[in-house]
Design a binder for this molecule. Sequence first.
Ligand SMILES: *[C@@H]1O[C@H](CO)[C@@H](O)[C@H](O)[C@H]1NC(C)=O
Ligand SMILES: *[C@@H]1O[C@H](CO)[C@@H](O)[C@H](O)[C@H]1NC(C)=O
Ligand SMILES: *[C@@H]1O[C@H](CO)[C@@H](O)[C@H](O)[C@H]1NC(C)=O
Ligand SMILES: *[C@@H]1O[C@H](CO)[C@@H](O)[C@H](O)[C@H]1NC(C)=O
Ligand SMILES: *[C@@H]1O[C@H](CO)[C@@H](O)[C@H](O)[C@H]1NC(C)=O
Ligand SMILES: *[C@@H]1O[C@H](CO)[C@@H](O)[C@H](O)[C@H]1NC(C)=O
Ligand SMILES: *[C@@H]1O[C@H](CO)[C@@H](O)[C@H](O)[C@H]1NC(C)=O
Ligand SMILES: *[C@@H]1O[C@H](CO)[C@@H](O)[C@H](O)[C@H]1NC(C)=O
Ligand SMILES: CC(=O)N[C@H]1CO[C@H](CO)[C@@H](O)[C@@H]1O
Length: 694
Amino acid sequence: MATLLLNPLQVLLLALLASHSLRVSAQQGNADQFIYNGFSGSNLTISGMATTHPNGILELTNTSKQQIGHAFFPFPIHFNASPSSNSSSSSPNGVLSFSTTFVFAMVPETPTLGGHGIAFVVSPSSEFQNSIATQYLGLFNSTTIGLSSNHLMAIELDTVMNPEFDDINNNHVGIDINNLTSIQSAAAAYFNTEGEANELELMSGKPMQVWVEYRARERQLNVTLAPVRTRRKPEKPLLSSTIDLSSILFDQMYIGFSASTGSVASHHYILGWSFNLSGPAQDLDISSLPSLPDDRDSGRGGPNLKIVLPTIVGILLIPTVALTIYFTRKRYEELREDWEEQYGPQRFTYRELHKATKGFKDSQVLGSGGFGKVYRGTLPASNVEVAVKKISHNSSQGMKEFIAEIASMGRLRHRNLVQLLGYCRRKGELFLVYDYMPNGSLDQTLFSSSKDTDGATNSNLNWGQRYQIVKGVAAALVYLHEEWGQVVIHRDVKASNVLLDADLNGRLGDFGLARFYDHGSDPQTTNVVGTIGYLAPELSRTGRATTSSDVFAFGVFMLEVACGRRPVVEARERAEEAVLVDWAVECWRRGEILKTCDPRLQGNYVMEEMEMVLKLGLICAHRSPAARPTMRKVMQFLDKNVALPEISPQSAGVGDHRRRGGSGDWVVQFHVSTDEISGSYSFSDADSILSTGR
Ligand SMILES: *[C@@H]1O[C@H](CO)[C@@H](O)[C@H](O)[C@H]1NC(C)=O
Ligand SMILES: *[C@@H]1O[C@H](CO)[C@@H](O)[C@H](O)[C@H]1NC(C)=O
Ligand SMILES: *[C@@H]1O[C@H](CO)[C@@H](O)[C@H](O)[C@H]1NC(C)=O
Ligand SMILES: *[C@@H]1O[C@H](CO)[C@@H](O)[C@H](O)[C@H]1NC(C)=O
Ligand SMILES: *[C@@H]1O[C@H](CO)[C@@H](O)[C@H](O)[C@H]1NC(C)=O
Ligand SMILES: *[C@@H]1O[C@H](CO)[C@@H](O)[C@H](O)[C@H]1NC(C)=O
Ligand SMILES: *[C@@H]1O[C@H](CO)[C@@H](O)[C@H](O)[C@H]1NC(C)=O
Ligand SMILES: *[C@@H]1O[C@H](CO)[C@@H](O)[C@H](O)[C@H]1NC(C)=O
Ligand SMILES: CC(=O)N[C@H]1CO[C@H](CO)[C@@H](O)[C@@H]1O
């Protein structure tokens, strides 16, 4: 309204303010301070999914899965005070102090399911070739992680708990040097003026501010976090670490942000950022920061909707509404107990799953088994495709332990595992929500073409694909057995539990769940669980699943894939072929193991690989647990890092090995050239399990 006379200085000031990126004080290659209150018109170096929206918000990733986004200040910063020093030269002893602050927001695709996080990064380069998404945050890969030659410092805002990096929880801030095992980390929180810690949820969708300050003289690095609404930096930092960055940082370093998504994903946003080498980073102008895109929750807000409804209509509506609410409640009623509170993030509402699966319609059924049915669905909030497994059970016994297991299994992350996203509980029903795998289960694909014969049938999967799948499942088992914090026994490795993703990678599903299927019957006895044909002989005696009983099942699985048939086939013209393992051993004994390979491959396979898979399968399915290799060893054989030892089966058994279900049976002695694999080979026990199964 009021007209103002502006002097030239004020005009300049306004122009500067309007241009958002207020100041890049120096010329290219010599910048040491800047501030972005929003990023429109900025000249960041961005790559991957990162993009700047018209309103100035910097989006590092959207909710596409397994993606990376990078955004870096376009010029390197000179961290070294000494002007004579060269770029990537040694002895970066004069590292300056620095100070930076930024505002970020993480908006998960469904309220509490998101990942993986954002990192503020100081790095020799703004390019991260071959870096991986998910827990690597787009910064490293399995080769580069931990290398001191990385010269990289990061502050991670991590929303997924990765035991491999000793993550403390799924909501933490950490200081990372060259690797993602933080040198210091803390659950996201800020300290109020009284010094009390207040928890923060990084992926609450609300903007939060981070301050990172390093003072070279004290070698002290402070990281402070606060919700934007407090509008001031808390006095006490969340993390304070003594560290000499001069041994890590070069003179010229790039600074910026990296974010990644995994099987779960969040929008990762940066709203504003300032940086300073020569003093404290200038405060951001919070009120002028861009706002978050608002397509996410249409349910909230809108207080200005017309409130003026005729009272009469209101009165008429109330009983109807109340009844509707009552029935809706009843319909979507769930079972929820106090102890479940801690698993909140992994809990889906029944209403959500009901909607996702169109009311558990039959047309959505992907498959069924003794446990119940699996439905295909699309989560309404995020459009993410999921598979929902509905398990009927009558027992509440052991439920607490079981949910605890589910929760920890939800934290397992591996490219060859079907990601478990969460669960829901109703009376008598348990729902498990998984990533949807477009190519279905391996057994469907593997065995489907066997029927439509016209002389020679074609197989759906060629040898290369099969070998890849076998290797993938082996990698998943190595992870479950050895690479995670706890040993996870799968208990039910078989072709129908291996799913194929869009790239036809094999992904192991249903880890650790086999035990549950029997919960209903009698929780007191240790039931032997698993599937006939894949059960290690010792299971019938001990009833205890071990990593080596998984190896046994994996051995049978390998044979299944190589031979293209199920482990036990009832109506086989030739009775001696009924039990796959027996048949394969017999063929091996006669020196014609390749006879067992899938005829639909029509001889199109790599002979060495085929032979190795068949023999390795039989070694894994050895009757004695001690003689079976570990999954890591198996992986080495499959990777061809280690040659399979020379083994020759020699018949030392008596009687007719074709007689099944009887006693005695036959024994094959392995001639073993390493002491890793030794012992005698017999299927008498396996046989008796198979017999009782019939
Ligand atoms: C994310 O962005 C990419 C590229 O703009 C787009 O192709 C993709 O569909 C987006 N994903 C989601 C989940 O919106
Ligand atoms: C943006 O930065 C690049 C270097 O990353 C530089 O080559 C280019 O000239 C800059 N453009 C503007 C408009 O500043
Ligand atoms: C930087 O290094 C280059 C080659 O490594 C050398 O030619 C140059 O003189 C060095 N500059 C300074 C200032 O040391
Ligand atoms: C990791 O990245 C480095 C550097 O780009 C590359 O040389 C290496 O091959 C990558 N390793 C893997 C396993 O992708
Ligand atoms: C990563 O850093 C942690 C802590 O400094 C260290 O214990 C670990 O060995 C490092 N990892 C690698 C792969 O170097
Ligand atoms: C880090 O925080 C402590 C405690 O508030 C403070 O005394 C120290 O000066 C801070 N250091 C830096 C580099 O900000
Ligand atoms: C950097 O610090 C100096 C000295 O305190 C200050 O004058 C300047 O405004 C700061 N710049 C930014 C962009 O924070
Ligand atoms: C659960 O109970 C129903 C009847 O109450 C019975 O038909 C069903 O077999 C039981 N299921 C299990 C797994 O015990
Ligand atoms: C063998 C098979 O079913 N392949 C399919 C796997 O999924 C991709 C993407 O959904 C399809 O394009 C393939 O045909």
